[in-house]
Design a protein. Structure first.
Length: 403
């Protein structure tokens, strides 16, 4: 059996290794169109590689995927995050789970993951061909003839696993659309919010944990750490919104309002009552000198001013109107978003090969039984925290095992 893995990234390497482990007699080739291998693994997690998420429950794991969660929930029964951790550790890559459940190599260096993959491919005699860009797949009998870019001769394979990663443009999927495969229009996911006209950017560097965010007029909401940046807002409370709202926010051309609840308490009445109870406890103190909910000092002073109150006003002089203003600033703080920025160097897209094309028992194409798919080229993506790599490992493992 001669198997081509198209794509030399995370899913491609994992699929190739899975093929050889389950079909030792197979000839396996990784075909990468560039001269670089595992480039996204290299930069992931700021160069540390967030290999997976350590959440204990498969159903919780599946909830982290705005698209593809239902299908992944079943696939995780075959290969889930703890299987993934065991896979790496059994091959000499020690892992550590952080407080936020993000899992990294103990080395804190993505090169540990890359070295592991390269060692596995050497040991298993998997052939790696760089500079092999596939321009056309021609179905032939039960297999496929591949036509390459440049002057590389055509070659036939019995089975294909396509793991070329996401593409920010639909044109990146044309060679697959030419086969009659349905493609969902790719749009950005996992991005930060730009707020060029908002003074809150002067508080750059402040982290509020946790905060709650919403997009008014939609059902989109998220909770988690929120980071104020020099261009706007980032952190999980924003990134989760961007992932679940990828299509909605694209339709709005990335111009919309975001509502921030700085104290992560949904009931405004509860917050109002808490502010009222502070008055007799600190009557002679200035508003600026006591921070409710232990908010960062600079943020609290900013919110007082944003409420139209003086920072030197005494708590005892706040009055009902002042309580309402403070409550509103804490719970319903509205900002104008104008544009987005890619989160770090990692682009993630919503869209790609439609999940309707795939048999999720095996990751095979419904149209071409010996063609399989793995990784981010599928219309399947997760929030930040190691989830996108886990989807790559799982889909690649299943494709490699069951082809």
């Amino acid at each position: 059996m001669k198997v081509a893995i198209i794509g030399g990234g995370a899913a491609g390497f994992f699929a190739a290794i899975a093929v050889k482990e389950n079909h030792p007699a197979a000839q396996v080739f990784i075909l990468e169109k560039t001269q670089k291998l595992l480039s996204k693994v290299k930069i992931s997690g700021g160069g540390r590689c967030n290999v997976t998420n350590g959440t204990q429950s498969i159903s919780e794991l599946a909830k982290a995927y705005p698209r593809g969660g239902k299908q992944l929930k079943n696939l995780f029964k075959i290969f889930h995050n703890r299987d993934c951790m065991e896979w790496f550790e059994s091959r000499g890559v020690a892992l550590v789970t952080q407080e936020d459940n993000c899992v990294f190599p103990v080395s804190q260096d993505s090169q540990s993951i890359i070295d592991c993959f390269l060692k596995e491919t050497r040991q298993k005699k998997i052939q790696i061909r760089k500079g092999y860009g596939v321009k056309e797949i021609v179905p032939e009998n039960d297999g496929f003839r591949l036509r390459f870019q440049k002057d590389i001769p055509e070659e036939t394979f019995d089975k294909l696993i396509i793991a070329t990663g996401g593409s920010p443009k639909r044109s990146g999927f044309k060679w697959l659309e030419d086969l009659g495969l349905e493609v969902v229009e790719p749009v950005p996911s996992l991005f930060t919010f730009n707020m060029p006209d908002e003074l809150v950017t002067r508080l750059m560097g402040i982290v509020v944990e946790p905060a709650m965010t919403k997009i008014p007029g939609t059902k989109l909401k998220a909770s988690g750490p929120l980071l104020i940046t020099h261009w706007g807002m980032s952190g999980p409370a924003i990134l989760i919104l961007s992932a679940f709202g990828a299509r909605v926010l694209n339709e709005l051309n990335y111009e919309f309002k975001v509502q921030v609840n700085w104290v992560n308490i949904q009931n405004n009445e509860t917050v109002s009552q808490y502010i009222e109870e502070l008055i007799p406890q600190h009557p002679k103190k200035q508003l600026a000198s006591y921070r409710p909910y232990a908010l960062p000092e600079r943020l609290w002073h900013y919110l007082i001013s944003r409420s139209g109150l003086a920072t030197d006003k005494l708590w005892q002089d706040l009055g009902k109107s002042g309580i309402n203003k403070i409550t509103n600033a804490l719970c319903n703080d509205i900002y104008e978003v104008k544009g987005k920025t890619t989160f770090k160097e990692e682009f993630v897209t919503a869209g790609g090969i439609s999940l309707e094309n795939i048999d999720f028992k095996t990751m095979a194409s419904k149209k071409y039984p010996n063609m399989y798919f793995a990784g981010e080229l599928l219309d399947m993506d997760g929030i930040t925290g190691g989830y996108n790599f886990q989807a790559a490992w799982t889909t690649a493992f299943v494709a490699g095992k069951l082809l």
